[in-house]
Ligand binder design. Sequence first.
Ligand SMILES: Cc1ncc(COP(=O)(O)O)c(C=O)c1O
Ligand SMILES: [Zn+2]
Length: 401
Amino acid sequence: MYRLVCVHCGENYAPDEIIYNCRRCGHLLAVQYDLDNIAVSRKEWDKRPLSVWRYREILPVTIDPVTLFEGGTPLYHLKTIGKELGLSQLYAKHEGMNPSGSFKDRGMTVGVSMALQLKKTHVACASTGNTSASLAVYAAKAGIPAVVLLPAGKVALGKVAQALMHGANVISIRGNFDKALEMVHDLCLSHGLYLLNSVNPYRLEGQKTIGFEAIDQLGGVPDRIVLPVGNAGNISAVHKGLNELIELGFIDRLPMMTGIQAAGSAPVVDAIQNNLPEVVPEKNPETVATAIRIGAPVNAEKALTAIRKTGGTAISVTDAEILRMQRDLARKEGVGVEPASAASVAGVRRLVEEGIIDRNERIVCVVTGHLLKDPETVIKQCEPPTEIDADLASLCSALHL
Ligand SMILES: Cc1ncc(COP(=O)(O)O)c(C=O)c1O
Ligand SMILES: [Zn+2]
């Protein structure tokens, strides 16, 4: 009931072909469903628990999925920060509440299931951290080996810990993420491993469910969805999914897709702000938000379309703005996220200040990963605990009582 279609030239490929780029033009592929002939009902979805698999009719997996109960993440009303910004309808979808602590699990439950469906025995990815943690987790669940390539010294501690503990073969390369992706892509083509970066069209199918859940939780379409952008897979995936809901007649409009990048790593923002037809890669991306330290986003073409077609925008925020919002989310809302995730809400603050966001908008920020992913950045920002002698007088004195 589906096929692979080139996002650029429209060439078709069979769904069981292991292919990541169009043979005719080299661009990426997307899954296209025959939505007229798929029995899918919103009522049926409503009966199922909120999760990636609630939407299984428009996912490519036909076997029993490899699942750890991903999705179904909370949508928090950010009342305090919203009030400060004059936004009464500001929400955060906390993707850090997935099994491995990031939205990547939505992609990996589908991607690793597809690996088994396609009879692949080994999986691999390059990663700024979260993809590797998630792949390690789902490969462990599936009982197949995983190889992950990381940019040496640039991956948050929690993510490396996960990849190692869940048993992936972890390789650190002396180069950045963009180089790691190029290498793992070559490895997969030459040695037959199944590539689970966001060039894999099936993985992104899982990620599109973020948008579905947000609409189900809100009871309607938000005016704007704001996402941190690295490789630009997630913003593209959410947009694709929402287009499918339009085609199914389940919704009648799209939210303004809004991408936020870190100032030192913002090629998508440059393309949007300067109205360029395509992204010019940033050779030396740098930011404290290592998850989005990506200079040559492979899904940029789709992301530019998503932003432009929905009247959205893309802006960058500084590392200082990101860290300030990470603290604000933690202390004013009880929402603990990693720096890249705070970028989405920091972007909203900036867009409000610049008058680009209308204060009546209903806004969903996707906060993509958990606070504990990057404990080192957290510790650097906080005062260390006060150490005292173990007696009440010392305690009272430390508390100024
Ligand atoms: C926490 C976090 N946020 C955002 C992103 C960016 O997602 P994408 O690469 O799909 O744009 C990533 C990607 O690694 C991530 O780990
Ligand atoms: Zn093509």
